[in-house]
Design a protein around this ligand. Sequence first.
Ligand SMILES: Cc1cc2nc3c(=O)[nH]c(=O)nc-3n(C[C@H](O)[C@H](O)[C@H](O)COP(=O)(O)OP(=O)(O)OC[C@H]3O[C@@H](n4cnc5c(N)ncnc54)[C@H](O)[C@@H]3O)c2cc1C
Ligand SMILES: *[C@@H]1O[C@H](CO)[C@@H](O)[C@H](O)[C@H]1NC(C)=O
Ligand SMILES: *[C@@H]1O[C@H](CO)[C@@H](O)[C@H](O)[C@H]1NC(C)=O
Ligand SMILES: *[C@@H]1O[C@H](CO)[C@@H](O)[C@H](O)[C@H]1NC(C)=O
Ligand SMILES: *[C@@H]1O[C@H](CO)[C@@H](O)[C@H](O)[C@H]1NC(C)=O
Ligand SMILES: *[C@@H]1O[C@H](CO)[C@@H](O)[C@H](O)[C@H]1NC(C)=O
Ligand SMILES: *[C@@H]1O[C@H](CO)[C@@H](O)[C@H](O)[C@H]1NC(C)=O
Ligand SMILES: *[C@@H]1O[C@H](CO)[C@@H](O)[C@H](O)[C@H]1NC(C)=O
Ligand SMILES: *[C@@H]1O[C@H](CO)[C@@H](O)[C@H](O)[C@H]1NC(C)=O
Ligand SMILES: *[C@@H]1O[C@H](CO)[C@@H](O)[C@H](O)[C@H]1NC(C)=O
Ligand SMILES: *[C@@H]1O[C@H](CO)[C@@H](O)[C@H](O)[C@H]1NC(C)=O
Length: 554
Amino acid sequence: MFVKSLTIAASIASALAIKEAACPSSTNTELGEAVSGETFQTSTISTLGSGCCAYLAKSPIGNRLITPSDGSYTDRAAMQWSLAARLTPRCIILPQSANEVSQAITALVEANEHQTCQFAVRSGGHTCWPGAASIDYGVMLDLGYLNSTTYHKENSTASILPGARWGDVYDTLLPQGALAVGGRDPTVGVGGFLLGGGNSFYAAAKGYACDNVANFQVVLANGSLIDANAHTNSDLFQVLKGGSSNVGIVVRYDVYTFQAENLWGGIVTYPFSTATQQIEALVDFGDNLKNDPNSSAITFFTSTNLVNATSIINVYDYTKPVVRPAIFDKFLAIPGNLSDSTRIANLSNMVAELEQPDGFRDTFLTLTFASDVDILKKIVATHEELYSTLQAAKPKGNWTINTLFQPIPALFGQHGAAAGGNVIALDRFTDNLMLYQLYLAWQGADQDDLFNGKGRQAIKDIKAASVANHTDNPFIYLNYADRSQEPLEGYGDASVAKIKAASAKYDPHGVFQTLMPGGFKISLVDSDSNSTYPAQAAGLGNSPKVQVEVAASA
Ligand SMILES: Cc1cc2nc3c(=O)[nH]c(=O)nc-3n(C[C@H](O)[C@H](O)[C@H](O)COP(=O)(O)OP(=O)(O)OC[C@H]3O[C@@H](n4cnc5c(N)ncnc54)[C@H](O)[C@@H]3O)c2cc1C
Ligand SMILES: *[C@@H]1O[C@H](CO)[C@@H](O)[C@H](O)[C@H]1NC(C)=O
Ligand SMILES: *[C@@H]1O[C@H](CO)[C@@H](O)[C@H](O)[C@H]1NC(C)=O
Ligand SMILES: *[C@@H]1O[C@H](CO)[C@@H](O)[C@H](O)[C@H]1NC(C)=O
Ligand SMILES: *[C@@H]1O[C@H](CO)[C@@H](O)[C@H](O)[C@H]1NC(C)=O
Ligand SMILES: *[C@@H]1O[C@H](CO)[C@@H](O)[C@H](O)[C@H]1NC(C)=O
Ligand SMILES: *[C@@H]1O[C@H](CO)[C@@H](O)[C@H](O)[C@H]1NC(C)=O
Ligand SMILES: *[C@@H]1O[C@H](CO)[C@@H](O)[C@H](O)[C@H]1NC(C)=O
Ligand SMILES: *[C@@H]1O[C@H](CO)[C@@H](O)[C@H](O)[C@H]1NC(C)=O
Ligand SMILES: *[C@@H]1O[C@H](CO)[C@@H](O)[C@H](O)[C@H]1NC(C)=O
Ligand SMILES: *[C@@H]1O[C@H](CO)[C@@H](O)[C@H](O)[C@H]1NC(C)=O
């Protein structure tokens, strides 16, 4: 509700958005496209051999292929939440079973023996940056039809398919008296969320959502379907918890469930004049989470072109039906709120209120800091400067900038380690931390450089200030990371080595590194460790030819 009133429903038609999507200039270097003179460590998006989709059409998965001439193409291509991430694949494969995902991978690898036929994998399509889960000219493997949730009362687990949205998961589980740890916005996808960590109202009590996965069912590059859990392929199990799209395509997540209970919580908004009190209350709250891990809080500083002042939005949630529990006392003592939706309600109802509007071009950027009042004040001051700078630049259309803070108590890392370990490896840190996210939303591709440029500069300035005061931390939350950032490096050398080892073992020809360029790729991470990757996928017959010129016709 609040977000809808503060942000704005955009009217850009999806067809226009597809036309707007910039065609990245292809290059055969290991660096991604240059934007505003910067290069990023993302994989190359290259052109498609003209016969790629024709080849796939004749393969066993051919009946699941759609092309721009099919009526459903426009809707499927527009499933990306951020308009900036909507690209124009030459064809889309919509598998309807794990076996069909296997057939699709096999067909794609074979097609690449004849011509370049790169692909992207999409579950919920909530990554903001173009190319993470989408591709121009290549093939989109769209897991959106694999979207069911099945509750298994007998072992208190649920089998959730990657294309499900968290709102649907809760709506399926709640009537059966169960819940699973997942997203706080109903449209966020399951697939990417669980591979990047997954922060939730339950994180202090149960760790990241990925730490609540009992088993991953995975299609490997050679098309075989395997399980990864604490007993079988346990190295892969650990790497899938944070390792994103580097080792295989997950076609089923078996997650632990727990007994559903209503929550207390909601959204409370305040004027900017309370900023210092909010920061002090939040740092205090993060440090107290160990005493009552059933709670969570998010603090947003939000500014738009529509109102000439920053507002503060706090999201309080207590995962038990207890009104105004004591851990929130310091927040509850801040007078002068402008609105208050706190209530007892079920999880579906709580997350519905947090839905973020689509129809904008969006960027997320993130950093992590010590739980320290000074650095949070510096970040808020930077937010205010960014707001003034953007106001002075007079962008056209509607735009919003949000600075979000979420405590990461040491508990998160402890839960991860107790669940068998993940590559996020927060147990490296013994102190409580604070996650910072900068979330920008605007209209018009011609303003991408303005918003991305200013956002990336703000992040650099804040990082420098934290380094100077020794409140910096290397963790970069992958699910909030911009393509200009390096979340895999932020996991630390030991995790990088684990992901490299799993990639070499389960994907020896580097299919998920070279044929699937989207997402953060372990082969692009510099490390002192022994290199296991050839520059091009080897052993696939003719190695894929990365062409420099973009095909003239779409
Ligand atoms: C409005 C909004 C709200 C959000 N709320 C939260 C929140 O509450 N908590 C939180 O932690 N994060 C949140 N996020 C961030 C979210 O976790 C990421 O955007 C995440 O990637 C979403 O998953 P997805 O399936 O929609 O992603 P996609 O963009 O489809 O995929 C993300 C990456 O994973 C790869 N991938 C996807 N599925 C698979 C698969 N099955 N196998 C292998 N690789 C795969 C893709 O190729 C891509 O590189 C939010 C994001 C948005 C936009
Ligand atoms: C969920 O899958 C069904 C088919 O399995 C499909 O009809 C439906 O459109 C899918 N939902 C989304 C949001 O893609
Ligand atoms: C739980 O039970 C279901 C149905 O019997 C089974 O398919 C699933 O593999 C089990 N999950 C786990 C994690 O044991
Ligand atoms: C969740 O709460 C909403 C609103 O209070 C209600 O309409 C819905 O039926 C509830 N869902 C379940 C499964 O109880
Ligand atoms: C948090 O929830 C757990 C599990 O239900 C419960 O055992 C514990 O007492 C709760 N903590 C507090 C402080 O209420
Ligand atoms: C916006 O607010 C700032 C201070 O809060 C003020 O200096 C400025 O004049 C205002 N701008 C407009 C257009 O009202
Ligand atoms: C918000 O303000 C109202 C009115 O003063 C007050 O009754 C309410 O308790 C406040 N809510 C919170 C969460 O502080
Ligand atoms: C750095 O530390 C000094 C001294 O404690 C403090 O005054 C300043 O606000 C800090 N700056 C940041 C960005 O944390
Ligand atoms: C901006 O938001 C306002 C208020 O919601 C709306 O009336 C207007 O149409 C929006 N402008 C654009 C270009 O979307
Ligand atoms: C598929 O790859 C895995 C991992 O490299 C390997 O263990 C398995 O034997 C391969 N399967 C086939 C059929 O080649
Ligand atoms: C490189 O490989 C050698 C031999 O397997 C091993 O002893 C060494 O530790 C590796 N280096 C790194 C940095 O992993």
